[in-house]
Design a protein around this ligand. Structure first.
Ligand code: CDP
Ligand code: MG
Length: 721
């Protein structure tokens, strides 16, 4: 893994033209990965591993003495919160002191960039100010968030501040969940939701103002929205756009929209004392095991609540981090980078920064997402440190050296658009009639390789024709808020007469894993999971789970008995009903092929034939197209077949400790040849294999030529301008 990890890292590096010392640092990050992750972790487990803050190195702990002093301050803050009504609390936020000036700038300009420290009140107050200034008369104030958790929690907070029910005047919308109503005037939503809304209404007529929040995060959808909203601004004089950022890359945003004003909210933060590790920290996980350390020490220590926070954590557990601790107890929040900017918890006086974060990085050549640990950027590190100085002077322990910070870390993070699979975005832009993707107004264009590869993938799936335009299938695929492969599976279900079955499978694949595996009851839960196995398919296993749950009246206690996450299943049911609605609108009838599971497997094969793998040893496979090794996950139902099948297709390949296939299904080689003729034929003699390679190369060259031509046209157009 270390070698692979660092190759991946290096690729991104080359794109960013990094210097050698940085490269070494990133390599180091890659090589540590194996040790950090241990063995046999599923992606879900890894997601669930909250930030792995680490070992102390040689940090000077004299600072510790100051702790009790801070603790008292923490109580004072909470008392403050208790003594003020929620409406009064609003007036103490930094943004409140500049309310009038801010509104004046918004009145005078169509686009404004607002910069302010995290916690200054941008997310919760801006929308309310706009409402109070009349922008919700005959329109909605929308506010986008890169993260679902933030959209939900902020909407809840604002509904409380405005004393209205959530979903009434204030609501939120995330994929597959719309908590808004006819009287909603302030709507928080993920950037993905707004992006999809532009498909139905290119001018976003129902919105008077859009606040693009957390723009500094540079999420994929936010970056695409930038280009789209720029056009809306030009077309609609009555429309206003506010872009907010916690950091100082505001100038870039301002330039993008034509040097629009930047409004600074004066900061009200306290100094944060930064302590560096004197030597590089070897293993940052060990040091985080705080519980062991405390229980093995003989000192009597005040009660410490250890609260994790990460995006996949159920909402009720997430809420715990905001609750006040009982008197005398301290809170220790163990967080992923979600707490860097998206969530603000008051009363934090100490930050321990591992210097790492997890990032999903797409490798177009391998067609694989890798969830990897990367060093964070300097901007992110400063943001993390700042969390300790919100309610009083604080301390930040950095588990890396000052020299690493200055010489090895990137100044700001690589935007998602440059490190992700663009399939969805390309499909969306195509449907928005953006014919030439190289012509689209990206703030930072994605690598051309990624665009080309995504175009190619969509063509392989049959969503694009040879001229790069959307096919009928492609147009239908756009209707579904799903990744292109899942949309394809659904629509093949229509063609093959097994829509009922694939609908459930697609819904189950759209939620986090429903299998519950508590550490202390691992064997018991594994046995429970095995009882659901359909030996030839993990996809059909998911279907089986759902069907059985349905037969038991969708009961929660039944889930508990069978080690299943009831919340996940309920979510899958919601997703299913929403997809059903879309199918109804498209007038697609629901068909079933039960009990002929071969048909279902054919539909599955049609969506994933580009992810086909051939058996090499027990549980060991190689990708049919590029020979890359991929492994059956230990939890796969396919082990139940006794000897594992000759050919499989998989949902996705995720690099953790090994390249694991997530969710695999056995397929017949003939199906691959039928459904993926551009890759496979039945007679795989050396000669025909060569021919295939040749043909594949020709197709790719043709595609590249096309892109070249488009680029030439673009340059000419620019020259004429
Ligand atoms: O967006 P920005 O970081 O500038 O600040 P904000 O999210 O609007 O937060 C302003 C204040 O509201 C903070 O002091 C939070 O403590 C509080 N808040 C909260 O109590 N609950 C939330 N879900 C969100 C914010
Ligand atoms: Mg915010």
């Amino acid at each position: 893994i270390s070698r692979k990890g660092s190759t991946l890292v290096r690729e991104i590096h080359e794109k960013q033209s990094m210097n050698k010392s940085r490269q070494r640092f990133w390599e180091l990050a890659g090589s540590k990965l194996g040790d950090i992750l241990g063995v046999e972790k599923t992606a879900e487990q890894i997601d669930a591993d909250t930030a792995e803050v680490g070992e102390e190195g040689e940090i000077d702990y004299k600072e510790e003495a100051k702790f009790s002093q801070h603790l008292k301050k923490g109580e004072a803050v909470s008392d403050f919160a208790k003594s003020k009504t929620i409406a009064e609390q609003r007036q103490y936020l930094p943004i409140f002191s500049v309310r009038e000036e801010l509104l004046q700038v918004v009145r005078e300009n169509q686009v404004v960039v607002v910069v302010g420290e995290t916690g200054s009140g941008k997310t919760t107050q801006l929308t309310q100010f706009l409402h109070e200034d009349g922008y919700t008369i005959g329109g909605i104030v929308g506010c986008t968030q890169p993260r679902r958790v933030a959209a939900m929690s902020v909407a809840k907070r604002v509904s409380e501040e405005m004393d209205t029910d959530l979903g009434d005047k204030v609501g939120y919308a995330i994929r597959f969940e719309d908590v808004t109503g006819p009287s909603t005037i302030i709507k928080y939503m993920t950037d993905g939701v707004l992006l999809r809304e532009t498909l139905k209404d290119a001018d976003l007529d129902k919105y008077r103002v859009i606040v693009m929040d957390e723009a500094h995060e540079r999420s994929l959808n936010t970056d695409v929205l930038f280009g789209i909203l720029k056009k809306v601004v030009a077309r609609r004089r009555d429309f206003k756009l506010i872009v907010t950022s916690a950091t100082l890359d505001a100038q870039k945003f301002s330039n993008f929209f034509g040097s629009v004003p930047i409004f600074h909210i004066p900061g009200r933060t306290f100094p944060v004392n930064t302590l560096w590790s004197k030597t590089p920290v070897e293993d940052y996980v060990e040091g985080a095991r705080m519980e062991q350390m405390m229980s093995s020490s003989n000192k009597v220590v005040p009660k410490l609540l250890i609260l994790p926070i990460y995006s996949q954590l159920p909402a009720d557990l997430q809420a715990k981090i905001f609750e006040k601790a009982e008197d005398g107890a301290r809170k220790c929040i163990v967080a992923t980078n979600i707490a860097e900017t998206s969530l603000t918890v008051d009363g934090i006086f100490y930050v321990i920064d591992s210097g790492y974060g997890k990032m999903k990085v797409y490798n177009p050549r391998m067609g694989m997402d890798a969830l990897q640990v990367f060093p964070v950027s300097r901007a992110a590190a400063n943001q993390r440190a700042g969390r300790a100085g919100r309610t009083g002077p604080g301390t930040c322990y950095r588990l890396y050296t000052e020299s690493a910070f200055l010489n090895e870390m990137l100044p700001s993070p690589v935007p998602e658009i440059q490190r992700t699979n663009l399939g969805n975005v390309v499909l969306l832009l195509k449907s928005l009639k953006v014919e030439n993707l190289l012509d689209f107004d990206f703030m930072d264009p994605p690598p051309q390789d990624n665009i080309l590869n995504s175009l190619y993938q969509l063509w392989v799936l049959g969503a694009l024709n040879n001229a790069g335009g959307l096919t009928d299938l492609g147009w239908k695929m756009v209707e579904f808020p799903l990744d292109p492969t899942l949309a394809k599976m659904l629509l093949m279900g229509e063609q093959l007469g097994c829509l009922e079955e694939v609908l459930t499978i697609v819904s189950m694949l759209s939620v986090p894993s429903v299998f519950f595996r508590p550490k202390d009851r691992a064997e018991e839960s594994d046995a429970a999971r095995e009882r659901f196995f359909v030996p030839e398919s993990d996809h059909l296993t998911l279907y089986n789970v759902y069907q059985q749950w349905k037969q038991h009246d969708y009961r929660g206690d039944w889930c508990n008995d069978h080690f299943l996450h009831v919340k996940g299943l309920r979510k899958a049911r919601e997703v299913r009903s929403q997809l059903l609605d879309i199918l109804k609108t498209l007038k697609i009838p629901i068909t079933s092929c039960w009990p002929d599971t071969d048909i279902v497997r054919t539909a599955i094969c049609s969506a994933y034939f580009h992810n086909a793998a051939r058996l090499k040893g027990v549980g060991e496979y190689v990708n049919c197209r590029n020979g890359m090794p991929c492994h059956l996950h230990p939890s796969s139902a396919l082990y139940g077949m006794g000897c594992t099948p000759e050919y499989v297709v998989y949902h996705e390949l995720i690099l953790t400790t090994k390249e694991y296939m997530q969710c695999a299904t056995a397929v017949e080689p003939q199906w691959l040849a039928e459904l993926g003729p551009m890759f496979f034929s039945v007679k795989d003699s050396d000669k025909s294999l060569l021919e295939h390679k040749k043909r594949q190369k020709q197709e790719k060259t043709a595609m590249e030529e096309e892109m070249e031509n488009l680029k030439k046209v673009q340059t000419e157009v620019e020259r004429e301008r």
